[in-house]
Ligand binder design. Structure first.
Ligand code: HEM
Length: 250
């Protein structure tokens, strides 16, 4: 079996795997298994999963390119959307279960606790990414604008790790933070190196649609629609415009 076939077969399983932490939280909540502080458990668990899936989203392109697993491009939006779902659940758990939707307290936290301010910032930058993750939004925006917008994912990841650091700094417990920060550094470092290898950053802010021959960028071409989970969509690309060669030269 080819790796492409295997990855395509595993994709529905990946989707189910992403839903498992949520299913477990629901089960544990219904069976009184969330420990002595259920709300804290839900807030930390949803925050942890949102961050993990965000880093997994960023790992897709390096893995795809380094290992030549092009079918991995189809996993990217799946992971990104789940990261967004967990971030929304995280916010809901904090604002609703923890603060009882008390707007004054929510605003007070936002203004006085750096941890919360950074969390809100991360979520604020995540919102346009989540809101434009549908095929319709991609078509409406156009490939170029969409790709530029989705570079925000790097800022979201940096803010999310900072948010995690601020949480753990309160307890002087940095082990997990270094793992996440290390991973993010490797992933960002890979991007910078990849971009530099291809000739610098001149086209970074004006990158156009792909021209490298295979379907891994957002397409506005009606004859090649993307599937429901973004088969053709690899949100982050650093290609500058170059003549189409008809084959993938990367
Ligand atoms: C409106 C936005 C957000 C708010 C209000 C918020 C709030 C919180 C709160 C109250 C905690 C627990 C702090 C404590 O126990 O002292 C927390 C922890 C955390 N949050 Fe957020 N957060 C937000 C956005 C995010 C986002 C976007 C991510 C990730 C992508 C994230 C990831 C985490 C992580 C990983 C933790 C630590 C969990 C642990 O201790 O294992 N948060 N957040």
């Amino acid at each position: 079996m080819t790796s492409t076939r295997l990855l395509n077969l595993l994709r529905p399983l990946a989707l189910l795997a992403c839903a498992l932490p949520l299913a477990w939280l629901l089960w544990a909540g219904l069976h009184d298994q969330l420990g002595s502080n259920p709300v804290e458990h839900i807030v930390t668990s949803t925050g942890d999963w949102s961050l993990r899936l965000l880093l997994a989203t960023l790992a897709v392109t390096p893995l795809r390119k380094q290992l030549g697993l092009h079918a991995l491009a189809r996993w990217r939006r799946l992971l990104g959307v789940w990261s967004f779902v967990y971030a929304l659940l995280h916010l809901a758990a904090y604002a609703w279960l923890d603060l009882g939707l008390n707007l004054a307290e929510i605003l007070h936290d936002l203004m006085t606790r750096p941890l919360i301010t950074v969390g809100w910032l991360a979520l604020a930058f995540m919102l346009p990414l989540g809101a434009t993750s549908t095929n319709g939004a991609i078509r409406r925006l156009g490939a170029r604008k969409w790709q530029r917008l989705h570079r925000l994912v790097y800022l979201v990841a940096i803010l999310s790790v900072l948010h995690f650091l601020l949480k753990k700094a309160g307890k002087h417990d940095f082990a997990e933070v270094w793992v996440h920060a290390g991973l993010l550094t490797v992933l960002l470092g890979w991007r910078i190196h990849d971009k530099w290898r291809k000739g610098g950053f001149a086209g970074f802010f004006s990158a156009g649609p792909h021209s490298c021959g295979h379907a891994h960028g957002p397409s506005t071409t009606p004859s090649r629609p993307s599937d429901a989970m973004g088969a053709q969509i690899a949100p982050i690309t650093f290609h500058r415009k170059r003549p189409a060669t008809g084959k993938d030269s990367r």
